[in-house]
Ligand binder design. Structure first.
Ligand code: SF4
Length: 300
């Protein structure tokens, strides 16, 4: 509950606003906006906190059309960014698949890096990441997350008396919104991907309470159809059941994946990797698509 008081007599909402103010960089936050409920929260929280920020939506080419329409209609100030390669050509899920020798999987999520995580270099990035979303986030994310392996960075943080914990991905997290943590962010964000996650400890009910009762913001219609989370259509991280649901809901995207797999096979004869390789040899794009869904159902 957002109005519940802590031992210092502050509500959860006030504490969250304080966190946002604590880490505000001079040039403002780079706000990673996806149109989903969590990124809507950080957008409105930044407005309430009165901090500087600019919000950016990365075009993944596999986001639900309803979500893209929602962003354009209700958040026109959000910058729409198209990820591009070094020659300036737009990168899409289809071009990425065609240039690889395996489809994206839970363990090889090359699409995230190229389609979603390329913006905000040299800026303090604000995200709507929450621990309640997955156990993985519980282990690898904090109020502040500084990504990447860096013994030198860790030593510098120690020298500056910044209290941190290492994550099992080699990065570090800072969980206090105090002056030391702020110093840690200032030391790192120019050279290391630095994320401020102010609603990291919010649960789903906090999110909906904030959107429905505090800021009274509209939400994407897919939530009313029963979707709990919104993201890429056919995301391998969502598991086989959700992949099947997505392809039933947006059949055109099934065809687009199959076509991209066909282009992958054409571009890399005999080189397709993991379980889908055998399917690619015998059945082309369609068989490969089926094998991929099966493979992802087992959490691979
Ligand atoms: S499909 Fe999944 S793994 Fe790929 S970019 Fe989207 S969220 Fe990331």
């Amino acid at each position: 509950m957002l109005n519940q008081l802590n031992v210092f007599g502050k509500t959860k909402l006030e504490v969250t606003l304080d966190k946002i103010k604590t880490f505000e960089p001079e040039e403002g936050y780079y706000l990673a906006f996806s149109g989903g409920k969590d990124s809507q929260c950080i957008y409105h929280l930044c407005e309430m906190a009165g901090v500087k920020f600019d919000a950016h939506y990365n075009v993944t080419s596999v986001d639900p059309p309803e979500l893209v329409r929602f962003i354009k209609e209700h958040y026109p100030s959000v910058a729409i960014e198209k990820p591009r390669d070094k020659d300036g050509k737009q990168i899409t899920m289809w071009s990425l698949i065609a240039s690889n020798t395996m489809p994206p999987t839970r363990k090889a999520r090359y699409c995230c890096e190229k389609l979603k995580e390329s913006g905000g270099k040299g800026r303090v990035t604000m995200t709507g990441v929450r621990w309640a979303e997955s156990a993985n986030r519980k282990n690898n994310q904090g109020l502040v997350t500084i990504m990447g392996k860096g013994k030198k960075m860790q030593q510098e943080l120690r020298d500056a008396d910044v209290n941190f914990q290492k994550t099992n991905r080699g990065g570090v997290v800072l969980n206090l919104d105090n002056a030391e943590s702020r110093r840690g962010v200032e030391m790192c964000y120019r050279t290391r991907k630095t994320l401020v996650n102010p609603i990291i400890d919010w649960d789903d009910s906090d999110v909906w309470e904030f959107l429905d009762e505090v800021v009274k913001a509209p939400h994407c219609c897919l939530y009313d159809e029963g979707f709990k989370r919104l993201g890429c259509i056919g995301c391998p991280l969502s598991g086989g059941k959700n992949m099947r649901r997505d392809f039933k809901r947006w059949p055109k995207y099934e065809q687009l994946y199959i076509h991209a797999f066909e282009r992958m096979i054409e571009n890399h004869p005999g080189q397709i990797r993991v379980a889908t390789g055998e399917a690619a040899k015998t059945g082309g794009g369609l068989q490969m698509f089926r094998a991929w869904k099966e493979w992802c159902s087992f959490g691979k």
